[in-house]
Design a protein around this ligand. Sequence first.
Ligand code: F0G
Length: 469
Amino acid sequence: MSEILFEPFRIKVVEPIKMSTREEREIFIREAGYNVFNLRAEDVLIDLLTDSGTSAMSQEQWAALQTGDESYAGSKSFFALESIAKEIFQKHTIIPVHQGRAGEHLVFSTLVSEGDIVPSNSHFDTTAANVADNGGNPVNFQIEEALDASCWHPFKGNMNIEKLEKLLETESEKVPFVVLTITNNAGGGQPVSLANVKQVADVCEKFDKPLLIDACRFAENAYFIKKREEGYSDWSAKEIAQEVFRYASLVTFSAKKDALANVGGLVCLDDADLAEKLKNRLIVTEGFPTYGGLAGRDLAAIAQGLKEVLDENYLRYRLRTIEWMVERLVDNGVPVVVPAGGHAFYLDVARFLPHLSAEQLPGIAIVVELYVRGGIRAVELGHVAFGKQLDSGCDMHPRLDLVRFAMPRRVYTEAHAGYVVEQIIRLYHDKDNVKGYRFYFEAPVMRHFRSTFAPLVPGTSHGVSFYHT
Ligand code: F0G
């Protein structure tokens, strides 16, 4: 076998990239309030903002769009999706929604009450926000190894079982359900082992709590288990995924990730009474239960994507792409979360720019510099996204301050990946010249999306009156 693993597809349709100069990008980013979410996408050369909804669909998915049945009720496309989703997620009821967070809203607004505590291995921003929106308190129970970016552990996404048990022993009545996110997006795209899934399920059973799996990247997680967990190398990725879901009471899923689709989501469950409640609510918020806010053609594309995503040639290439980039960054001394995640790699901001304090928003500085210098769009997932100002006026910082580079599925080639790595290495060599930022406008929730920033003036102290606005 060759050492060279090539992309397991040929390119039939191309989308040109509009080139831009550094000088142009300096203007674009200033006009965007130094928040890359405010840029026009066409002004980005390589867009690694997210892997969500950005996949290239296959010829079979494009063909499936033509077969989409747009009937309001009982669409043929729904039944095709229901059939493959039941097979993978191992649940009797499949409810389509327009994207993952719509499913979270549906479930959480039904099950979470004021004062509840919802534990997770690591909530992503939307699940945390949906818990909080219903008066609950989202808490993250990572394993200790996950909080050290440079510590190598094969399943850094695992839930901290001790902490979960302790919470349930003391405050069980406040916990409506337990969330397990596979893979763990907020903490490095890290997988959860099957052993950990079973342990969490055991604890849930002991305390009579439903286990909800946030399954956005279930196929990547399954392939990590195949490669890293003893006893599963002979299982197919599909068999592993099915085994994982047997332990879940509820599944929420964003089809924008591991269904290789551009929109959509699912809620999957067995509890018939709860399914009734959710379907009734769904009609108010999303639509009739056989379309859930989606067009028939979207249902058809998701069904086809679910058939493709567990292909192991695809999964091998997918995980190797990120691993290849991380290997090159590590070889060049760049501080990056190890081991490589499934959908993204993450720079360890505090070690990348040690001369800037958290208040000087070093994650934003990295994101802005890489856009200006290389036209690359990444996202801050650290102090800005997950930190907050407490009522006392003090800042609460997350333990990990990261910048994420998420690879859209089947979109970029090895040369694009090589270019990104080269730009990051160059920036790292010039890191001492990178200046900090401050909030100009601070959005009240999920601050990374809508806040704007201002560069700190070089050579001044940190007093507010010295800042540019
Ligand atoms: N859960 C996880 C783990 C996610 O990563 C996301 C979305 C969601 C839920 C919500 O799904 O976007 O379909 O509503 N993550 C995207 C990202 C936005 O960039 O990581 P959605």
